[in-house]
Structure formats: C-alpha cells, structure tokens
Design a protein around this ligand. Sequence first.
Ligand code: HEC
Length: 122
Amino acid sequence: MAGLAGSNFIKTTLITLSILVGACNNEKDLRSNEDGPSNVEEVNVMKLYTRHCVDCHGENGDLGLMGAKSLVTSTMPISERIELITHGSKNGKMNPFGVEHYGDLNTIEIEALAHFLETLRH
Ligand code: HEC
C-alpha cells in the first residue's frame, strides 16, 4: 500500500512538473518588444514588407486587395501609420501586427516599415 501511495506521489509530481515546463515554453513562444532587432538600421525591411504586407498591398503598394488602401497615394502621417500597423485598422480589414496583439512585429520593426512606406509614394 505504501508503495502504491508513493508511486502516485511521483506521478502527481511529474505531471505538475510537465505542466510547469509547458507553461514556460509557451511564454518563450510569445514575442515581446525586446525581442528581435533593437535599432531601425538592423531591420531587413524589404523582407518584412514582402512577408507581411505584399499579399494585400502588393510589391509597389497599389495592389488594393481586400480593400487595402494604396500606399502610393497615401498621405497618412508617420505617427498614424505606426498606430495602424501596430493596432490594425478600425474597420478590422487590416489586422494588427504589434506583438501586444500577438502579431509578429516589435516596435522597432514597425517603425522601420512605417518609414519604408515613404519609398513607395510618388
Ligand atoms: C489583409 C490585408 C492587409 C495586409 C496583410 C496589410 N494591410 Fe495595410 N491595409 C489593408 C486595408 C484593408 C487597409 C485600409 C483600412 C481602412 O479602410 O481603414 C490598409 C491600410 C493601410 C495603410 C493606410 C493607408 C492610408 O493612407 O489610409 C497603411 C499605411 C498600411 N495599410 C500599411 C500596411 C503595412 C506596412 C502592412 C504590413 C505590415 C500591411 N499594411 C498589411 C489591408 C492589409
């Protein structure tokens, strides 16, 4: 009997431990604003634009898929662009990219992208 109780104790301990380890791993999967590049110059902005923005906005910024506004004719100021990329559009058509919304981009990457968009304007 004592042996059985002992093995149950070990089982419970092991289960508890694996839950704890699992919780830690999950936390590591979530990015924070401290992860990734720490200054704008380090950001490979073309890669980010291609990966995250081209589907709707197109390579030149004027594809307009899913109602995406043209980045070529856009006059949106930089601060609003940063807000929009971080939190998404108010009408919900453009999804948020900020890590605080479980997106893939930290504040430095978003700032770099927001500046990069100026090169699409003409
Ligand atoms: C799922 C499609 C989609 C993706 C992906 C997407 N956008 Fe958008 N974007 C939109 C839509 C739709 C709008 C217009 C929102 C509205 O009607 O307010 C928009 C608007 C914008 C605007 C505002 C233009 C203006 O003058 O009003 C900017 C800037 C912008 N997107 C940048 C980006 C960047 C940078 C990325 C990549 C990180 C990106 N978008 C990815 C759909 C998308």
